[in-house]
Design a binder for this molecule. Structure first.
Ligand code: SAH
Ligand code: SF4
Length: 396
């Protein structure tokens, strides 16, 4: 492979983003930025002089208290409450089904506009509770080890559908704060967000950014930017923007130490190869003022799991504040790979660890309900690629 981008590589397709305002019916306030909320209120007839104050009040009801009914917004005049109720709604994605794993992991299937469905996973741990959020229905990229990548249908989620997943989970966990009580981040049930569900978040940049800004807003859900991790397969031009405009932690689906292998596993590598990606990553901590970048590395038997791979990985990440997250491959029906043995994974982890990097092995969570990394795919999306297509795309 040459270092130059390969313009012929089929990297992305056109992705439909539905407008926030459907042609008919009331506007959903969930997902509007503060500025957009203010504009929407003014457009509906709220006097400009009052708009800023009303925006702040409504914002707090929606994002701090979890209120969905305008009638409950008791610091607004009764007339104004009904004025709002006639023009707006406060809606989050609807839960179609919920499965709870033996280990406490919860997997939700939620329905969004157009009848599409996406999965959201809540992972309770001793010191945190992490919500794994989806950014697209399906994914235009076709990483050969990922179940989501085999789903044909793709649509970007709106900002409201993304932050709405967080609100839906807080509903289910019963975690809207009681008056006068606002628990600290570390004692919250939902204390962290990872953008590691379905989809490539950096192919839906604006909506992901707006949703995360809402989640961070101190007068609302109020999660620190250090408790939000965005995982990308390596959309290089958007990495600098992520640092500047979101400022959250970054994880990279790295998965291979040579372009030839990474081209097969993470085909976006044909567009932005390892060297180009690493250049972008070197800048990230400075611009975002964040600590370490997480290198995600899926362990595939006989593909990327040798000692040489581990040593090459160390060479590549030299100089980047990093941690390496080893992910035992999660199998799915028709997957063209196998998980590396536990001994192999431990030996690999040990080489990384000996060099001074944290190298945790990610324990698969919620395997019994197919909630683990890369297993997400809406069962209802029937259009799926055949085994042959999957194998061809993997270059097998
Ligand atoms: N599209 C983004 C985020 C979603 S995937 C990305 O690719 O980074 C979240 C993580 O799960 C990624 O590191 C992805 O490579 C990994 N993953 C995908 N399929 C997997 C599988 N079958 N087993 C283990 N990890 C997988
Ligand atoms: Fe998309 Fe990420 Fe899966 Fe690749 S690993 S197909 S980028 S969701």
């Amino acid at each position: 492979m040459s270092d130059a981008p390969n313009p012929a590589a089929p990297i992305t397709q056109d992705v439909l983003t539905i407008p926030r305002k459907l042609p008919e019916g009331p506007v959903n306030l969930v997902g509007l930025t503060r500025a957009q909320l203010r504009d929407a209120l003014i457009e509906a007839g709220t006097p400009e002089k009052q708009a800023k104050m009303r925006t702040g009040q409504i914002w707090q009801w929606i994002y701090q208290k979890g209120v969905r009914d305008f009638a409950e917004m008791t610091n607004l005049a009764k007339d104004y409450r009904s004025f709002l109720a006639e023009r707006f709604v406060i809606e989050v994605p609807e839960v179609v089904s919920k499965q709870v794993s033996e280990d406490g992991t919860r997997k939700y299937l939620v329905r969004i506009a157009g009848g599409h469905e996406v999965e959201v996973v809540y992972i309770p741990e001793e010191d945190r509770g992490t919500l794994c959020v989806s950014s697209q229905v399906g994914c235009t990229l076709t990483c050969s080890f990922c179940h989501t990548g085999t789903q044909k249908l793709v649509r970007n989620l709106t900002a409201g559908e993304i932050v709405g997943q967080v609100m839906m989970a807080r509903d289910d966990l019963g975690e809207w704060p009681k008056p006068g009580r606002n628990p600290k981040d570390e004692t919250r049930l939902l204390s962290n967000i990872v953008l590691m569900g379905m989809g490539e978040p950096l192919y839906n940049f604006e909506n992901v950014r707006d949703a995360m800004k809402i989640a961070m807003d101190p007068e609302g859900i109020s999660l620190s930017r250090r408790r939000i991790t965005l995982s990308t397969s390596g959309v290089v031009p958007e990495i600098a923007r992520t640092a500047e405009e979101i400022g959250c932690l970054l994880a990279i689906s790295f998965h291979a130490t040579e372009d030839e292998t990474r081209d097969k596993l993470v085909p976006i590598n044909k567009r932005w190869n390892i060297e180009t990606l690493l250049d972008a990553l070197r800048e990230y901590p400075k611009v975002s003022n964040s600590e370490r970048i997480t290198f995600e590395y899926v362990m595939l038997k006989g593909v990327n799991d040798t000692d040489d791979d581990a040593y090459r990985l160390l060479e590549l990440i030299k100089g980047i504040p990093a941690k390496v997250n080893l992910i035992p491959f999660n199998e799915w029906p028709g997957a063209p790979y196998e998980r590396s043995s536990n001994n192999r994974i431990r030996a690999f982890a040990n080489i990384i660890y000996q060099a001074g990097y944290a190298a945790p092995i990610r324990t698969p969570r919620g395997e019994d309900i197919l909630a683990a990394c890369g297993q997400l795919k809406s069962a209802t999306e029937r259009a799926r690629k055949s085994r042959k297509e999957i194998a061809q795309e993997a270059g097998l």
